[in-house]
Design a protein around this ligand. Structure first.
Ligand code: PLP
Length: 398
């Protein structure tokens, strides 16, 4: 089938939840993807920060192939070798002592919220049920996680929403100091806001949040669904601020393109998820765990993280000099290969994304006026140069 046929089929039979671009992508290799009419694109979005090793990375493909020939699924009623190995790998390279596997970012955050409440109950702190999160945050689309999300647009029409959530402005310690108290179970934050516009907090903010949580008896949950697994140049983004949470959620980049999420936690917190308290049928099944194990090993093992930092700096530097010469760009921000380009008032990201797509580049947006770049961590200088040339052209034509 060609683009048009696939689009017609898709529009007739799928629920109309997505405003999709009018192409069907059918094949990928490294930084490149092809649509159903054979057109090639350089992928600077990587399935929204998912395909961090590029499309069809040989190690990930091989792990999936081998596992598919061996065992796909058995349920968490039994021990699963790749799941246990993956948990060990994540524990050895993070603050955490234990992992729980699920299938998505929202599910990981939902579980993190449950774990925080349960932990407080187990300590006899029955009144500590509230989750404090930030405005402009994004934590997912389940009822609890859309409630935790500090943006009204995801909530419209879905009330009644669960209770026990409150919000403070991001990167504002004073507001948080005001909000965290006797009823707070946990503070839930992205170490760098993704969907909310690629917002990097001030240096020291996360550390102050950590100290506040410790002083007030609240847990600290980092939502690293988008920032985790090397995306910002370190395995977890919070490492760069030298701050560790009590609980952390992962998903997007964790499986190299296969759906898997994780909740990581310290031992004392993880204990509250005793037998029967929380579960999921598919979470960490042999196929997803094997794909993730290959992905995480590759991200940690080779030159991926230093390469991500180098390419991230190069991209930021290039974008900043472009911004200096172009009125349409007001700010460029990001860490590693999670980068936002904020457009001036009166400009919209949507049309720019379309223009770039017409020129063979896939990029995303984060909010109305921010272009989001989250290429595979294997992106090379020449590919960044090609994107920058196209972006300059497109901005020049505005
Ligand atoms: C994407 C995202 C989620 C939701 O993940 P899903 O897999 O879509 O449920 C949650 N938190 C953050 C920070 C995200 O970027």
């Amino acid at each position: 089938m060609g683009n048009q046929e696939i689009i017609e089929l898709s529009e007739q039979y799928l629920m109309p939840t997505y405003a999709r671009f009018p192409v069907a992508l059918v094949r990928g290799q490294g930084m490149r993807v092809w649509d159903a009419d054979g057109r090639q694109y350089l992928d600077f979005l990587a399935g929204i920060a998912v395909c961090s090793l590029g499309h069809c990375h040989p190690r990930v493909t091989e792990a999936i192939r081998t596992q598919a020939e061996t065992l796909l699924h058995v349920s968490n009623l039994y021990h699963i070798e790749p799941q246990a190995r993956l948990a060990r790998l994540l524990v050895e390279h993070t603050f955490a002592d234990r992992a729980f596997f699920c299938n998505s970012g929202a599910e990981a955050n939902e579980g993190a919220i449950k774990l925080a409440r349960k932990y407080q109950k187990d300590r006899g702190e029955r009144q500590r049920t509230e989750i404090v999160s930030a405005t402009m945050s994004f934590h997912g689309r389940t009822l609890a996680t859309l409630t935790a999300t500090g943006q009204d647009k995801v909530k419209l029409g879905f009330d009644p929403l669960p209770t026990g959530f409150s919000y403070v402005p991001y990167d504002d310690v004073d507001a948080l100091t005001e909000a965290v108290g006797e009823k707070t179970a946990a503070v839930l934050l992205e170490p760098l806001q993704g969907e909310g516009g690629i917002r990097v907090p001030s240096p020291g903010y996360l550390r102050q949040v950590r100290e506040l949580c410790d002083a007030r008896g609240a847990l600290l949950i980092f939502d690293e669904v988008q920032t985790g697994v090397g995306r910002t140049g370190t395995f977890l983004a919070c490492e760069q601020e030298d701050v560790a949470p009590d609980i952390c959620s992962l998903a997007k980049g964790l499986g190299g393109g296969v759906a898997i999420g994780a909740i990581l936690a310290r031992e004392t917190v993880a204990e509250s998820f005793g037998p029967g308290t929380h579960a999921t049928t598919f979470g960490g099944n042999p196929l997803a765990a094997a794909a993730s194990l290959a992905t995480v090993r590759t991200v940690l093992g080779e030159a991926i993280l230093p390469h991500c930092r180098r390419m991230g700096e190069y991209l930021l530097e290039k974008l900043r000099s472009l911004a200096a010469e172009n009125r349409a760009v007001v700010e460029v921000r990001g860490r590693g290969l999670l980068v936002g380009v904020e457009l001036a008032e009166g400009y919209l990201a949507g049309p720019l994304v379309r223009e770039l797509m017409d020129r063979g580049f896939l990029v995303g947006s984060a909010g109305e006026r921010v272009l989001r770049l989250a290429p595979p961590l294997i992106v090379e200088r020449e590919e960044i140069d090609a994107l920058l040339a196209a972006l300059e052209e497109v901005l020049g034509a505005l």
